[in-house]
Write a protein that binds this ligand. Structure first.
Ligand code: FE
Ligand code: FE
Length: 205
């Protein structure tokens, strides 16, 4: 497909993100199931609701520009989701898996944020004010999700430092390295990190 002007590029990227949002809609329920932290699982579930709305907003944009909604395979999202999937298939303690899930999800959010930022700016240049507002609404939600994931990571990732040992402690078994509780984590981001991360989700498997 030849891209002759900004409108062509706009449509190409619109189809790309429309495909991406569908893929994310399919991936999020599994991510919510895979998460062992209740908080993380809930975050994925609420982002699933938002993502469904993102699809609806994109369909409104297609209507605004007089095109019927269509997808163009978003190779980036395919790759990002596949990488996340591969990590989840690795043998790892729950805390490490949750850390991997957060990282995978944040990579997807950042990809979406970049795309929506461009689409919003291009919509403004093309005189599509209503579309620009719709993109801004979605961009705000992607940013909020990214921020929420960072906050969850600040508490959960502390557990992943000792991985297996932390899992055993949760199950009430003698941990091989229990002394770490008295040691401050080497790299704690920010000052608001919660001291007792919750890993209360019942395992469904
Ligand atoms: Fe989205
Ligand atoms: Fe998203």
């Amino acid at each position: 497909m030849a891209l002759e002007n900004l409108r062509d590029l706009f449509l190409e990227q619109l189809k790309d993100i429309y495909d991406a949002e569908h893929r994310i809609t399919k991936a999020l329920p599994k991510m919510a199931r895979d998460a062992t932290s209740e908080e993380l699982s809930t975050a994925f579930e609420s982002h699933l609701d938002q993502t469904k709305e993102h699809v609806v907003r994109l369909e409104r944009v297609f209507r605004i520009v007089g095109e019927s909604p269509s997808k163009k395979t978003c190779k980036a999202t395919v790759g990002l989701l596949q990488e996340g999937e591969e990590l989840m298939n690795e043998e790892a303690p729950d805390s490490v898996k949750d850390a991997a899930l957060i990282a995978a999800a944040q990579k997807v959010e950042h990809y979406e944020m970049a795309t929506y930022g461009c689409l919003r700016d291009w919509a403004q240049l093309l005189g599509l004010g209503e579309a620009a507002e719709l993109f801004q609404d979605t961009l705000d939600e992607e940013r909020e999700t990214d921020k929420r994931l960072t906050e969850i990571a600040q508490s959960l990732n502390v557990e992943a430092i000792d991985g297996e040992a932390e899992d055993l402690e949760d199950e009430g078994e003698e941990a091989p390295r229990a002394e770490h509780r008295s040691v401050a984590p080497a790299r704690r981001i920010g000052t608001a990190a919660r001291s007792t991360p919750s890993r209360t989700k019942a395992r469904v498997r």
